[in-house]
Design a protein around this ligand. Structure first.
Ligand code: ADP
Ligand code: MG
Length: 366
């Protein structure tokens, strides 16, 4: 099911007499293609949960519209939207078995919507099988691991055969190993069911690894929408560049003078056509190339061995952060006792941003 958000806006009134109102979601426009997994990504408080709650009907928008396919569902009650929801805290009923928990949304259906007992059981069994908990149907939630409980919650959302599936930080309560495993499971389940899914997380790596498209939000405003790799390779502003990638991008205070980018006194890149100005120059960790007479000279702090790669941790007076992290093939030899290290910069791995509004400055190739 295709989902269309049109100028979607949610303003919360301020509490108390002097409190300011909060624009939790501002003018969100997006046509979500059918059958895809969308990662809605941004720091805490940027409006992700609000956007999901608008989609499922728990909140009414201040402005704008929501369409599921051709249906305008903006005014439609939550229970009539055919949306499956999965939350961070699995919210299972502790006194019910796994089977009863999964059956619960079906038992609640009234009249013509209510399937026969037989069909309910069959659908519960299928949903349980899909998330691989069909062996655990008679247990109670307390007898399951966190990962298993979250699978029950996913099965419970799927049993209604929802038109869209919304997941709000579903992995946050799991330990690191289960988080990895369960995110792969979610990807698999989404591929098998082909249900249009919106997956909310503040974890960029999680969103990048399983999403067909990511939506990066900041303070209620969508910054960029695209395939994870495209957004990583071509961020529209400094916020997006900094939000994606581990280790994070390295930000320098630079200057453009006469078509060259200077970091400190060194000209590190030709940027013909860019007007003279102060800039942020941000370099991905993999954008540094070791070279004896390289253009950018940094103080060498230490070398960390990571197996396939090494991480060279260095410092520069013009860097925004205390340490610069570069990732370099372990084939390179770095003398850890040297006082400094020199790099050339890969042109496709350095981005320039305006000092005033942090928007990207495009540098034409060649
Ligand atoms: P996220 O899920 O990205 O962490 P939320 O959507 O929960 O962010 O919140 C976005 C903003 O809206 C925050 O500033 C939050 O404090 C505010 N907010 C959320 N819900 C309410 C509410 N019911 N009343 C007032 N403000 C709210
Ligand atoms: Mg939230």
């Amino acid at each position: 099911m295709k989902v269309i958000l049109q100028n979607l806006t949610k303003v919360f009134p301020g509490r108390g007499r002097k409190a300011k109102e909060v624009v939790a979601v501002k003018d969100f426009n997006f046509e979500i293609p059918d059958g895809r997994l969308i990662g809605l990504l941004g720091p805490s408080g940027c409006g992700k949960s609000t956007a999901l709650n608008l989609l499922c009907g728990l909140l009414q928008p201040t402005e704008g519209k929501i369409f599921f396919g051709d249906d305008d569902v903006t005014q439609l009650a939550a229970e009539k939207r055919g949306v499956g929801m999965v939350f961070q805290n699995y919210a299972l009923y502790p006194h019910l078995t796994v089977r009863q928990n999964i059956l619960f949304p079906l038992e609640n259906l009234k009249g013509a919507d209510r399937p026969s007992k037989e069909e309910m059981n069959q659908r519960a069994q299928e949903a349980a099988k899909l998330v691989q908990i069909d062996e655990l149907m008679d247990r109670r939630p307390a007898e399951l691991s966190g990962g298993q409980q979250q699978r029950v919650a996913i099965a419970r959302a799927l049993v209604k055969m929802p038109r869209i599936l919304l997941m709000d930080e579903p992995l946050s309560n799991l330990d690191a190993r289960l988080r990895l495993q369960t995110r792969e499971e979610i990807r698999r389940i989404q591929r098998e069911t082909k249900i249009t899914t919106i997956f909310v997380t503040h974890d960029q790596e999680e969103a990048m690894s399983i999403s067909d498209l990511i939506v990066v939000m900041k303070e209620g405003v969508v910054q960029q929408i695209g395939k994870p790799q495209d957004v990583y390779d071509d961020p529209v502003n400094l916020f997006v560049a900094k939000f994606l990638g581990t280790p994070p991008i390295n930000v320098f205070y630079g200057n453009v003078r006469a078509g060259r980018l200077y970091i400190g006194e060194e000209a590190v890149l030709d940027v013909q056509g860019v007007p003279d100005q102060e800039v942020y120059a941000a370099i991905r960790p993999e954008g540094f190339e070791l070279k004896a007479d390289g253009r950018l000279t940094c103080g060498l702090n230490r070398v960390e061995v990571m197996g396939r790669d090494i991480s060279v941790v260095s410092a520069h007076a013009c860097a925004e952060s205390d340490s610069i992290r570069s990732i370099i093939s372990a084939k390179n030899q770095v003398d850890a006792s040297a006082g400094s290290v020199s790099f050339d910069i890969r042109p496709d791995k350095i981005f320039l941003f305006r000092k005033d509004n942090e928007e990207r400055i495009r540098v034409s190739a060649g």
